[in-house]
Write a protein that binds this ligand. Structure first.
Ligand code: ADP
Ligand code: MG
Length: 338
């Protein structure tokens, strides 16, 4: 027993997920689309990591590669995705099967299209157990399904377990999706824009639910969103993405208080503050890069108000501005100092 405890302690010191220099290129008739260009991040046990960026910045493709969801070809994946001691990109399906959807689970924006319309909620949860926990008996599966629905606030669970997805509202279906996501008590739950399709009140309920469950089963959360308010309230650390790569990483509070990349400042300026009522929002001018013709230097330079000659020539690398806070800007320190 003591030996097991020591091992558990040792494991908690290393990240549960460690992504290194992940690159995803799609071969298309119009050339190579560099969707993800060197993404690195790690997730510690039980923590909440936010991945923030506007549409098309490579968030979903990154997690698609992590979850083994990309077809290859047309996708070409490079880099490493380490789940504990297993590297998932090179591992055979026989190994990843017990990790994807089990130790690392995922929920999506659009619950209703991800749920099977012709299966009751109970049967959908049951399928998951049959595939991943073949030793579980029918009664145990039934009891566990009801317990899960209760955990996500679907009442009365004993009756609702026999309902079909179309009998629930959008918010309720999102709760069912969360029940499926946490059914096998994953170590990591990846939530890709989990509340984008929901109104603000339901959004807050869902985020509270995710936070509670995270505490109960000591699960790490990767929250993917374009909504800076959502990551501000619900994550410990943050990776800001632009044009397929990270531009800033660090503790969420530190990034919001002392942003070290002009793109992050642009995102922060684009959220409405009370004192800005009636004033026009400051949007970041210009449009995101075309991923089949990446600029020579910094990807953000064409839209950056601070860009200098160097920015158009040299690709900036991630530079540390505080122990756990880095920015991929040639002038990160000047940006922080304002
Ligand atoms: N199968 C594909 N073939 C070609 N390009 C793709 C494919 N899937 C995604 N992309 C492109 O990759 C880029 C990143 O997409 P995505 O990761 O979905 O962005 P988001 O940050 O909005 O989740 C986009 O430009 C998208 O068009
Ligand atoms: Mg996406």
């Amino acid at each position: 027993m003591a030996v097991v405890d020591v091992k558990a302690d040792m494991q908690s010191d290393q990240p549960v997920l460690d992504v290194r220099d992940l690159k995803v290129t799609f071969q298309t008739p119009r050339g190579h689309v560099h969707a993800v260009n060197g993404v690195s991040f790690h997730v510690e046990k039980g923590e909440a990591l936010g991945i923030l960026g506007e549409s098309g910045s490579g968030k979903s493709v990154s997690v698609g590669a992590i979850m083994g969801l990309l077809e290859s070809p047309p996708a070409r994946i490079e880099g490493q995705v380490n789940y504990r001691d297993t590297e998932l990109i090179s591992a055979p399906a026989s190994v990843t099967r017990s990790i994807h959807g089990d130790r690392i689970a995922m929920i999506y924006q659009d619950a209703i299209t991800s749920l099977n319309p012709s299966l009751t909620i109970g049967n959908q949860i049951g399928e998951l157990f049959k595939v991943h926990r073949p030793n579980m008996g029918r009664r145990e599966i039934q009891a566990k399904s009801i317990e899960l629905l209760e955990a996500v606030g679907i009442q009365p669970a004993r009756e609702r377990v026999n309902s079909y997805p179309h009998e629930f509202s959008g918010g309720m279906n999102q709760r069912i999706m969360i029940a499926l996501g946490i059914a096998l008590s994953p170590e990591i739950l990846i939530a890709d824009e989990p509340t984008t399709a929901l109104d603000v009140t339901v959004q807050a309920q869902i985020m509270r639910l995710l936070g509670d469950l995270r505490g109960q089963i000591d699960m790490a959360l990767i929250l993917i969103t374009h909504d800076i308010g959502l990551v501000a309230e619900n994550t410990d650390r943050l990776m800001v993405m632009y044009g397929g790569g990270p531009v800033e990483t660090g503790p969420t509070d530190a990034i919001i208080e002392r942003p070290a990349h002009p793109y992050t400042i642009g995102l922060l300026n684009s959220i409405p503050h009370d004192d800005m009522k009636g004033k026009k929002l400051i949007a970041i001018s210009g449009s995101p890069p075309k991923l089949n013709e990446m600029p020579k230097g910094c990807v953000f330079a064409p839209r950056c108000a601070m860009a200098k000659d160097m920015c158009r020539k040299e690709i900036p690398v991630m530079t540390r501005i505080a122990p756990d806070h880095s920015s991929a800007c040639h002038f990160a320190q000047e940006v922080v100092d304002g």
